[in-house]
Design a protein around this ligand. Structure first.
Ligand code: ZN
Length: 154
C-alpha cells in the first residue's frame, strides 16, 4: 500500500505585512533569490517562494482586508502560518482524512499559485498547526531521495 506521507515538507508559510519589507532580509541581506511574486485571487494573497535549501519559505501578504492572512496578522501578528507537506495522491489523502473525522478548512481541492493542488487541514485536527497538503506532481513520494525536489510542474 502506498504511504500517504513520505515526511517531505514542501514549504513553510509565513504571514507577513509586506513581502517587499521582508525581502530586505532574505533577498538583500541573505542573498536568497526569490521566485516571481504571484497573486492567488481566490485566497486574496500575494505569494513569493524563497528557495533556502530543502523546504522553501513561502511569504504570504494579504491583498485585501478580507484575506485570511489579514485576519491572521490582525489576531496574532506576523508569523508562522502553515506547514505544507507533499502527498502522492491528494484525493486519496483527503478521503482518508475525512473518514477519520478530521476537519478540512475547505472541502474542495484547490489550485495554488504554482498550479499545484492543495487542501488545508484545520489546526484543530492537526496539533494546533494549519497543515497544507499538496499533491506531489512527481507521483512518487517515498524513496527519500531529492529528485524533483524543487520542481513544480504545471
Ligand atoms: Zn503554502
Amino acid at each position: 500500500m502506498k504511504r500517504i506521507v513520505s515526511a517531505k515538507i514542501d514549504h513553510i508559510g509565513i504571514a507577513v505585512r509586506s513581502i517587499e519589507k521582508t525581502l530586505a532580509l532574505y533577498r538583500d541581506a541573505l542573498g536568497v533569490d526569490p521566485s516571481a511574486r504571484v497573486v492567488v485571487e481566490h485566497e486574496k494573497v500575494e505569494v513569493v517562494m524563497l528557495p533556502v535549501g530543502g523546504p522553501r519559505l513561502e511569504l504570504l501578504e494579504a491583498t485585501s482586508d478580507h484575506s485570511v492572512i489579514a485576519k491572521f496578522i490582525e489576531k496574532r501578528g506576523e508569523g508562522l502560518h502553515h506547514i505544507a507537506i507533499r502527498v502522492p495522491d491528494l484525493a486519496a489523502a483527503v478521503e482518508r482524512i475525512k473518514a477519520r473525522g478530521a476537519r478540512l478548512v475547505k472541502d474542495q481541492i484547490q489550485r495554488g499559485a504554482e498550479g499545484y493542488k492543495y487542501v488545508f487541514v484545520h489546526p484543530g485536527s492537526a496539533g494546533g498547526v494549519l497543515l497544507e497538503l499538496i499533491e506531489d506532481e512527481s507521483g512518487e513520494a517515498g524513496g527519500g531521495d531529492s529528485a524533483g525536489d524543487d520542481k513544480v510542474t504545471d
